[in-house]
Unconditional design. Structure first.
Length: 346
C-alpha cells in the first residue's frame, strides 16, 4: 500500500469537524409537527447523546450515530477510533451496545480502496472488543474520507442516564484527560512527537465501557461524553435547564501530560474558538489561554459524570477497575444552586 496520510485529505479532524454550536442551533431549530410518542423516553430536545425508546415495561433500546473525517493518518486506527467514539454514546446513556452499522464515505479517485478496507477492519476490531458485531451499513463516494457507526444498545428503564439530570451537591468526574483535539492538530501540522501520537491513539481507542458499569449505580445521576464541544460545551449542556451551576477546580481537571508544549505554539483545532464564542460567556474565571483546553474538541473523549455523595464509595470501587488514565480518584468539581454564571472556575 502507498504511504498515504489520511489527515491530509480532509479539512477537519475527528470531532473537530463538527458544525459550530451557533450554526447547529440554527439547523436544528424547527416548528415542524412531531408525533407525541410516549415510548420515546429520550429524543432530540435535550441535546443528549442518544435516543432511547421503550420496548416493554422494563427494557429500552438506545439508538445513536456518529461519524467524522480522519483524526489520524493510519486507516486501521481511524476505523478503531471512529467506532470507539460512536459506541461511546451508548455507554454515556448507561447502556450495553448490541450491534453496529457502518457509515462509509470514500474518495475512490484519490485514495485506494484498500485503505477503506483497513478502516472497516479497525472498526471490526473495536466492535469485537465491545462484544458486538459490525453487522452491515452503507457506503457512498465522497470528496473526503468519512467513517462512523450507527449503534444500537439496550438498557433497563431504571438505569437510563441523561446528560441534564444532575442534582444539587453532586460531584463531577471526568474519565479521560483533556487535550486530544490539540494533539490531533499537532499531528495534522506534523509537529506531534511519536510518544504523544501513541498516547493519543491509546486514549481514543479506549472504550468508555465504564458507563455501562457505573450506570447501574443509583446515585450516578447524570452522564455524558466529552466530544466536539469540549468540556465547556458538554458541561454547559449538563447544566442548562437544571437550575444549577457548577464550580470546577482547574487544578483538579486532568490534562494530558506536556500538552502545554503545543498550546504555547498556539496549536489547536479551528472549532476551539467557535466553542469559546458559544460557551465562554457562561463561564466565570477563565483566563488567558485556558480556553484552549476547556474548549478543546475531544474525539472519543472521556465520560463526564455527576455522582451523589452517598454513592461515592460504590462509584470509586467500580470506577477504579476502568481508570486506565488515573483520572477518577477525585472529582473535578461540584454542582450547586444556580449562580450568575453556569460554570465557575477556581
Amino acid at each position: 500500500m502507498e504511504n498515504i496520510k489520511l489527515t491530509q485529505y480532509s479539512k477537519g479532524s475527528g470531532c473537530g469537524c463538527k458544525i459550530a454550536p451557533s450554526h447547529l442551533n440554527s439547523i436544528l431549530a424547527s416548528n415542524a409537527a412531531e408525533i407525541n410518542d410516549l415510548n420515546l423516553l429520550v429524543g432530540n430536545k435535550n441535546n443528549d447523546d442518544a435516543a432511547v425508546y421503550l420496548i416493554d415495561e422494563q427494557k429500552a433500546i438506545i439508538s445513536t450515530t456518529d461519524f467524522f473525517t480522519p483524526i489520524v493518518d493510519d486507516a486501521f486506527d481511524f476505523g478503531r477510533i471512529a467506532a470507539c467514539n460512536a459506541i461511546s454514546d451508548v455507554y454515556a446513556m448507561g447502556g450495553k451496545p448490541l450491534t453496529a452499522l457502518g457509515i462509509l464515505g470514500w474518495p475512490v479517485d484519490k485514495i485506494p480502496i484498500d485503505y477503506a478496507k483497513q478502516v472497516l477492519e479497525g472498526a471490526r476490531a473495536t466492535c469485537f472488543e465491545a462484544g458486538i458485531t459490525l453487522s452491515g451499513g452503507h457506503s457512498i463516494e465522497t470528496s473526503e474520507p468519512i467513517f462512523g457507526l450507527a449503534v444500537t444498545g439496550l438498557i433497563s428503564k431504571n438505569d437510563i442516564k441523561q446528560n441534564n439530570t444532575a442534582q444539587e451537591g453532586d460531584y463531577l468526574f471526568l474519565s479521560k484527560p483533556l487535550g486530544l483535539g490539540i494533539l490531533s492538530a499537532a499531528l495534522k501540522r506534523g509537529i506531534i512527537t511519536a510518544h504523544d501520537e501513541k498516547l493519543m491513539i491509546e486514549m481514543m481507542t479506549t472504550l468508555n465501557s465504564l458507563g455501562e458499569a457505573v450506570g447501574k449505580i443509583n446515585g450516578v445521576n447524570a452522564m455524558t461524553d466529552v466530544t466536539g464541544f469540549g468540556l465547556a460545551g458538554h458541561l454547559t449542556e449538563m447544566i442548562k435547564g437544571t437550575n444549577l451551576s457548577a464550580t470546577i477546580q482547574l487544578t483538579d481537571i486532568p490534562f494530558i501530560d506536556g500538552i502545554e508544549t503545543y498550546t504555547k505554539q498556539f496549536c489547536y483545532p479551528d472549532i476551539t474558538t467557535k466553542n469559546f464564542n458559544a460557551y465562554g460567556p457562561a463561564i466565570e474565571g477563565m483566563n488567558g489561554l485556558e480556553f484552549l483546553l476547556l474548549c478543546d474538541p475531544q474525539t472519543s473523549g472521556g465520560l463526564l459524570m455527576a455522582v451523589n455523595e452517598k454513592a461515592l464509595p460504590e462509584f470509586y470501587e467500580i470506577s477504579k477497575r476502568y481508570d486506565r488514565f488515573n483520572c477518577m480518584h477525585q472529582p473535578i468539581g461540584q454542582f450547586h444552586a444556580a449562580t450568575e454564571k453556569l460554570i465557575n472556575l477556581k
